[in-house]
Write a protein that binds this ligand. Structure first.
Ligand SMILES: Nc1nc2c(ncn2[C@@H]2O[C@H](COP(=O)(O)OP(=O)(O)OP(=O)(O)O)[C@@H](O)[C@H]2O)c(=O)[nH]1
Ligand SMILES: [Mg+2]
Length: 251
């Protein structure tokens, strides 16, 4: 799972990439579909954030339940006139997940976000106590998805409603662990209040931050060998699906 091969590629087309190295012009990034993957410990607000982004209840989120999401899933919606795909994941960084289960779910997240995500959102509740474990999460993500992955990552703080007038900048300044996590993601962060479903401005602002990250990354999405292999599998599956239909037309 080394990210050595990680690099930005043209949008949405692994096979086009083989024939052309041309990238989408930056002006296209406002209309091109976005693929987003949500990562974080269980109960931090991943599913709620997915619902906030999409503007509809696609992912299950419940109060007072220790761990709701056990499998990766994907949902799409049109957000501010553009197609957005969100992959929700279970708590990859929780000790109760068995290694084989973890590998399986990482694979499913790769499948759902193939040919590669434009953005990984690393979710933490803004009021969370930051321990050494939280500080290690970016490195754990590099081990899982490849070493260039943090160039495509933004820290998403949930529970913004509980900030109680406190500024997130001040929290980051005062907490060295929090600061380290944000710095590992190039200083990129955003705050969500998932209780305020009507607040679309927080989603627009996030999409803008994702767009500027994409531009910094040369206009493409994240990929590495793991995503390329998965994309090949998806293309083969598509061909297999189309085969019977083609036979029907010919006979
Ligand atoms: N007050 C407040 N509560 C939130 C916010 N975001 C999420 N929650 C609550 O936090 C709890 C967990 O949220 P989920 O979205 O289910 O968290 P998750 O990361 O998907 O959890 P798992 O699927 O178990 O890993 C739920 O009770 C949510 O209502 C927020 O911005 N503000
Ligand atoms: Mg969930």
């Amino acid at each position: 799972m080394s990210g050595r091969e990680s690099r930005a590629v043209d949008r949405d087309s692994a096979h086009n990439r083989c024939h052309s190295k041309q990238r989408d012009p930056p002006s296209m990034s406002a209309v091109a579909p976005l693929r987003i993957v949500l990562l974080g410990k269980s109960g931090v607000g991943k599913s709620s954030s997915g619902n906030t982004i999409l503007g509809q209840k696609e992912f299950l989120s419940q109060m007072n339940v220790p761990s709701v999401t056990s499998k990766c899933s994907e949902a799409q919606a049109t957000v501010s006139g553009r197609s957005v795909s969100v992959v929700d994941t279970p708590g990859f960084f929780d000790t109760q997940m068995r290694p084989e289960e973890l590998m399986m779910e990482i694979g499913r997240s790769v499948y759902f976000s193939s040919p590669g995500p434009h953005a990984f959102l690393i979710v933490f509740p803004v009021i969370m106590r930051f321990t050494e474990h939280e500080q290690q999460i970016p490195q754990m993500i590099e081990q899982m998805f490849g070493e260039e992955v943090l160039k495509y990552s933004i820290i998403l703080f949930t529970h913004g409603d509980l900030l109680d007038g406190e500024s997130v900048e001040k929290l980051i300044e005062e907490n060295s662990r929090l600061r380290s996590v944000v710095q590992q993601c190039g200083g990129r962060y955003h705050v969500f209040n998932n209780r305020d479903e009507e607040n679309r401005e927080q989603v627009e602002d996030l999409l803008q931050k994702i767009d500027s990250m994409i531009q910094q990354n040369g206009g493409g999405h994240y990929t590495n060998q793991m995503y390329e292999d998965t994309q090949k599998v998806r293309e083969e599956e598509k061909l297999q699906e189309e085969k019977p239909r083609q036979t029907c037309v010919c006979s």
